[in-house]
Structure formats: C-alpha cells, structure tokens
Write a protein that binds this ligand. Structure first.
Ligand code: PLP
Length: 400
C-alpha cells in the first residue's frame, strides 16, 4: 500500500542528530575510528540511591498498584517532593494544583502546545535553540517566530526584537537558561522582563529549566517562578534528566500557572497515561536528596569542563569556563570564521565535516541549532575523560 502521510510529518525538520548518526555510520563502515562529542546524554550512571529506590518500589508487594497506570493511581510522593524541592532550592511555594508529573521535559514541551495553540497560531522560540519548541508548535498546527540569541547580548533573548503585533498574536514564548547550546545564564532581572512581556502581551512564558541543577563554582541558577507574580503568566518545565543523570528514565514535571498545568494534565490523560509508579517513587527520592546528589553528579562535568577549557585555551582559544550545563560553546577556528558570509558557506558545518573527515571526531555544528548558531560548535562533556581528551587534542590540531 502506498501510505500517504500527513503534511505535519512533512513539516518536521530532519532530526538534528539523525544526520550526524548517518555520517558517523558511514565513516565507521569505511573503517575509521570515530569519537563523538555530539550528544548531550550523561555517561555517568544514575546515583545509586535513586536506582535502589526504583528497585525497592518495583519489587514492593505491599503496593498493589505498582503495575498500574501512573496517572490513574499517581504517586503523591513525587509532586510532594517537587513542592519541597522548589521551596528549598528556589524559595518558591507551589500549590498542589501547580504541579504535574511529566515523562521528562521533551514529552511535555512537545505536548503542551496542543493545549494552548490552535491551527494557525504562533509561538515564539529562541534561535539557536532546542528544536522541540518548534516541533510542538507544528504538531499543534501552528508555526514558530524565531528570535535570535546574540553573543553580543550574552545570548539573552531580547523581547524588544519581537514586533508588537506579533507579540499580541503569539500564544507562547520559550526561553531556556542555563541555555543549550550556548551555556548562557539568565538572572532574575531577565526573567522579570520576560514575565512583564508575557503580562503586557498576554503570552504564556514557558521556561525550559533542563539545566538549572547542572551548575559549577557555587553558581545557583534561578527559577522563573522566583519573580513576583510569575506563576500568573509563566510555566516551568523541570526535568530530572540532566541534573541527576536520568535521561533514560523519562521523569520531570511542569510547574507554575495552575490552569496551564491542568491543561497539560488533560492532554496527558488522553495520550500517555503517565509513568510507572516505581519511577515516580525513585524520582521523589532523587528530589528529596537533590542537594547531595546533584553536587556529586556535577563533579565529573566540572572536571571535564576545566580540562577541555585548558586544552582549548592552550591551543589559542579564549574560552571562559561556563558556570552551567554539560556543554562548551566554542567559536570555530578563525580560518573557517573568515569565510562566513560567502555564498552558501557554513563555517560550523565545514569545520564539523573537516574534523570528522581528518580526525574522526564529531561535534555539533552551531548551524544545526539555526542560522544564528553559525560560527560556533558545541562540545558535550558527557563522555569519559580519556575519550574527551583524545578528541579535544584533535580539535586543537584544527586550530593550527
Ligand atoms: C535535554 C533537554 C531537554 C529534554 O530533556 P528530557 O530528557 O526530555 O527531560 C529539554 N530542553 C533542553 C534544552 C535540553 O537540552
């Protein structure tokens, strides 16, 4: 049968890492040893106490519901742990109706626009940025208005770049700090401006807080909900994936504006039926010990960050070690950057190709996150120290 697929499917851009995977496979088939620093997926195992709690809960014969739908018989311990965590960590008091459990945040980011946007509606997203904001808009029949993040503005989204008529029409504005891929940080003044924009133009502010717990050197990333009155116009997508080395577990939450939280619950009740109860117990345990667990989880990333920055700086770069995320956002060598602006030339794309071709090392070209990511590449610190060192030695050779 000749299946005809939806226009929606056709509108999805190619998955950023699918293209990378294909190129890597081709090189390996040629017999080349390929090291990839492309994907942000922690190599460090999930902390033992979290795994132990999963094992306990999945084995708990006293829980007659342990095999059942997570949304019908939810684990109240998880939202309670979220509320306690937000209070301790951010000084934010959340009401029970301001929390919904999600399957990590990608799930929630993709589904949330279904609750907010109608066909033809528009959402605002940063560029460079996480591709799923746009995917969610497309699934809901809407489209994306992109706002550039500029290095000269410390990659803070400038709401003044959004035309007023577009702002009045838009349903959502996505922001993400600490930022992937640029590693930029935002302070409460920035979040206050975003909240103000949301209130003025009746736009729901969606903060993707995937990296608030991946921080170093004593830096503490704020929650947008620390801004007075933010829970009237903002929601925050929190995830255990990156801060607790739990990407495969698929656990997170949406918090903030209560009616928006309820709307996502309604979508989820009709689509996914929630997460396994044992996972929710384990995630509750993770949040209840967040202070110690995240501090330990960040140690390898800090060590690798320092090692890679030192190597790059010795080779002629001038990188300030970022205080958050599991990435480095690095300018391409000058001989590539010089050619940007030439017809069809992509400095980050060319650098990525040459690096793979000559040295078998894979990084993510900034261009993959949108035109305004051009001129930079992203190194993920989620690889063992020796692998990272070997790969960065090759990267340094490209700067000669
Ligand atoms: C990794 C990531 C997510 C999603 O992670 P989940 O595993 O789905 O929680 C969301 N936003 C950004 C910016 C990310 O890098």
């Amino acid at each position: 049968m000749d299946v005809t697929f939806s226009q929606r499917l056709g509108k999805l851009p190619p998955y950023l890492f699918a293209d990378l995977r294909r190129k890597i496979a081709a090189k390996r088939a040629e017999g080349m040893k390929v090291i990839t620093l492309g994907i942000g997926d922690p190599d460090v195992p999930t902390p033992a106490p979290i795994v132990a709690e999963l094992q306990r809960a999945v084995d708990d014969a006293n829980d007659p519901d342990r095999h059942r739908y997570g949304c019908d018989v939810p684990v109240t311990e998880f939202p309670a742990a979220v509320r306690s965590f937000y209070q301790r960590r951010f000084g934010v008091a959340l009401a029970g109706e301001q929390v919904v459990t999600t399957m990590g945040s990608k799930d929630a980011i993709a589904k949330f626009p279904l609750a907010v946007m109608d066909p033809g509606d528009v959402g605002i997203a940063p560029l460079p940025g996480y591709p799923t904001y746009n995917i969610g808009h497309v699934f809901a029949g809407g489209s994306t208005y992109y706002v550039p993040l500029r290095p000269e503005n410390d990659y803070l989204l400038d709401v003044d770049e959004i035309p007023a008529d577009l702002a009045d029409r838009a349903k959502l504005l996505w922001i993400n700090y600490p930022n992937n891929p640029t590693t930029a940080l935002a302070d409460l003044d920035f979040f206050a401006r975003a909240v103000e924009f949301g209130r003025t133009h009746n736009v729901l502010i969606c903060h993707d807080a995937a990296y608030t717990e991946n921080t170093f050197d004593g830096y503490q990333a704020p929650s947008i909900l620390q801004v007075d009155g933010a829970d009237d116009v903002a929601v925050e997508f929190f995830s255990l994936s990156k801060g607790f080395n739990m990407t495969g577990w698929r656990l997170g939450c949406l918090v903030g504006n209560a009616s928006a939280v309820r709307a996502l619950s309604t979508i989820k009740d009709n689509v996914d039926n929630g997460s396994l109860r044992a996972l929710q117990f384990a995630a509750a345990a993770a949040l209840n010990s967040a202070e110690t667990l995240t501090a330990e989880a960040n140690e390898p990333y800090k060590r690798r960050r320092d090692m890679v920055c030192e190597m790059l700086n010795a080779a002629g770069w001038n990188i300030t070690p970022p205080q958050a995320t599991i990435y480095l956002w690095v300018p391409v060598p000058a001989q590539y950057a010089q050619r940007d602006g030439e017809d069809g030339y992509s400095s980050s794309g060319q650098f990525a190709e040459d690096l793979l071709e000559t040295h078998g090392v894979v990084i993510t070209p900034g261009r993959g996150y949108g035109e305004t990511g051009e001129g930079f590449f992203r190194i993920s610190l989620t690889y063992p120290d020796d692998v990272l060192k070997a790969a960065v030695e090759k990267i340094c050779e490209m700067n000669k």
